[in-house]
Design a protein around this ligand. Sequence first.
Ligand SMILES: N[C@@H](CCC(=O)N[C@@H](CS)C(=O)NCC(=O)O)C(=O)O
Length: 255
Amino acid sequence: MPATLIVIGPSHYCEKVAWALELAGIDYQREIHAPAFHVPPVKRAGGTKTTPVLAVQDGDQRVVLDDSTLIFRWIQQQPGARFRPYLDEDSAEALALEERFDLDLGPATRRVAYWHLLPHRALALPIMIAGAPAWEQRLVSLGFPLLRAMMMKGMKINAEGARRSAAKIDAVFDDVEALLADGRPYLLGDRLSGADLTFAALAAPLLLPAGYGAPLPALSALPADAQAALRAYIERPAGAFALRLYAEHRSPAAA
Ligand SMILES: N[C@@H](CCC(=O)N[C@@H](CS)C(=O)NCC(=O)O)C(=O)O
């Protein structure tokens, strides 16, 4: 029986692990929910509150992993995995970079992306509900202003939060550019690792790469101020690096 990955459709942490599972050649099925509607299924599966959650039957044991790093560690241990996030052994450098991106980049890009997207129902709604059960789609459509208000409060999506997050994103992009300055093709050197996937997936809401495992808006569909803000990330060397990783290494099975 394939593993089940419970996701919020557009979530970039879910994208991070979906990408790794697909590169590793591990069979899995996605169970997609709209934001907020993910909580009961996540709890029923044995997770806490956030997605991704991977549930997999391992012999007579049911394994439930409710954090993207735990899922990377599990992938690392799978015999025959064609991609190993931490390369040959548990690489401290890969883990440290992954943690920096998870803690500093992911929440910041999410906040800035939603700051630009959520005011525009016609842009935000299709992305939030794509692939979710029909009843969730109906309820999100009906209750969009309420859900939007909850999300903005819960994730501190406001002008001040967006400014602080933009500064964090710049600092992470600076660090990535410093690592790449010696001409190496990947963050750890010559080989693609989980650190590369984590950076590219968590930056993706600002870069809108082709190949992302869920629908994203087209840059040209965004209002002019959002386009200008995103273009600044796309044009940075770190942005170009993430887009190259998508072009060369991402072909989602279920996009
Ligand atoms: N540390 C977690 C963070 C995951 C995370 O923030 N997931 C978000 C989606 S992007 C989420 O599920 N948020 C919903 C919530 O907090 O209820 C991981 O790496 O898996």
